[in-house]
Design a protein around this ligand. Structure first.
Ligand code: SF4
Length: 385
């Protein structure tokens, strides 16, 4: 698109296109990805997506303060020197004003704001903070704002970002310093990134703010294993109160050093999310996850079922006696169903798969090979259902 005069903020948003479509904005990254195609419908700004927020699914403006960057991460569409990237920059006032215009028109109710790095991380972070401050103070916007912390932002900036945002991303990209060095040679794993997650976690605790902290990993470009990725995720969940790790399957970008690498399969990303849920929501430990000898998860089977095939197939769980942790090991039983089973057992024995179905277990055929109901193998009941 050619503008005879400098483009205004709304025109710049059009130029942004789907610049941040590779980054999850809310709590349900898999559905964001699945819905991306529908949401890039004609007549809708390509930088509007949909994300799960604490107040439900919302249309979100996914924007960047600038698509210019002085760093050279090997996988990134915005890396310095890539001529195919359209460079667009906003002032904080422009960004906040454009967001509010869309918000008042009922087109968005949430903002995901990232940025390339220009004139250093501190200058860039100041702009992100200024845009959010204008939204919160001048426009009294109280809704969902997801902000990035730039690698190397200073302590007070991390504090201000955690104060202003509903969700804060500090992306590690690689699970170890070696993997990060291969992905992004100018980023410092411990000093620039992990330290900022530590600060954000401490600040949240000290100030009592409810901001959620997240990180993202680029998966599969530099030989990283699922074990490494999940080990770092577990550490961040347990020690620093991370709300979620996002896994982003690597996809090669032309005019980058990685343009000739193969893309990572979406199945790998999906299995990592499934294993991440087991660590975060189901109380599993890393050692319990069923890794192959090459330190990766199976692609053909979800990790919970792979574990159950090994451990429960010949030693099924008695539904009427299992504790909560044991129930959560059974494929098809999640935290809600486990709690419903524990409550229902107090009224009497559960003897049929139909009882489990009535308690919210949607797919009893997933459950049946691994459980016993009042001493009887549940698998034998399937034919009767
Ligand atoms: S710092 Fe961010 S925007 Fe810049 S090249 Fe690296 S990943 Fe891309």
């Amino acid at each position: 698109m050619n503008f005879k005069v400098a483009p205004d903020a709304m025109q710049k948003l059009t130029l942004l296109d789907g610049a941040t479509r590779h980054e999850p904005a809310g709590s349900d990254p898999l559905s964001e990805k699945a819905n991306a195609a529908t949401l890039r419908a004609p007549k809708r700004l390509p930088c509007i997506g949909e994300a799960a927020t604490p107040a439900g699914k919302k249309p979100i403006l996914m924007a960047m303060m600038t698509t210019a960057c002085e760093r050279n991460c090997h996988y990134c569409v915005f890396r310095a020197g890539r001529s195919k990237t359209e460079r667009v920059s906003f002032t904080p006032d422009e960004m906040a004003g454009a967001f509010m215009k869309l918000h008042r028109a009922g087109l968005v109710d949430g903002l995901f704001l990232s940025s390339g790095i220009i004139k250093g991380s501190v200058t860039t972070q100041d702009k992100l903070i200024a845009a959010a401050e204008i939204l919160r103070k001048k426009h009294q916007y109280r809704g969902y704002v997801h902000l990035k912390v730039m690698p190397g932002a200073d302590y007070e900036q991390v504090r201000q970002t955690v104060r202003l945002a509903s969700r804060v991303s500090i992306n590690l990209e690689g699970a170890t310093p070696q993997r990060l060095a291969a992905l992004a040679p100018k980023k410092d794993f411990w000093g620039e990134l992990v330290q900022r997650i530590r600060w954000a976690s401490q600040i949240k605790g000290q100030e009592g703010w409810n901001t959620s902290l997240v990180t993202q990993f680029v998966v599969g470009a530099v030989g990283d294993t699922d074990l490494e990725l999940l080990q770092m995720s577990e550490t961040l969940y347990r020690q620093l109160g991370l709300r979620r790790a996002y896994y982003s399957a690597f996809s090669p970008v032309s005019q980058t050093p990685f343009e000739g690498l193969s893309p990572t399969s979406p199945e790998r990303e999906f299995r990592l999310y499934q294993a991440g849920f087991l660590l975060r929501d189901y109380g599993w430990n890393l050692e319990e996850l069923p890794f192959n000898p090459n330190a990766n998860l199976r692609l053909d089977m979800d990790p919970k079922r792979a574990w159950a095939e090994e451990h429960l197939h010949h030693a099924p769980v008695e539904i009427n006696r299992a504790d909560r942790a044991e129930l959560l090991r059974i494929p098809g039983i999640g935290p809600r169903a486990a709690d419903a089973i524990l409550a229902a057992r107090r009224q009497g024995a559960l003897t049929e798969l139909a009882h489990l179905r009535a308690l919210g277990v949607r797919n009893v055929s997933q459950v049946s090979p691994y459980v016993v109901l009042n001493g009887r193998r549940a698998a034998q009941q399937l034919a009767l259902l």
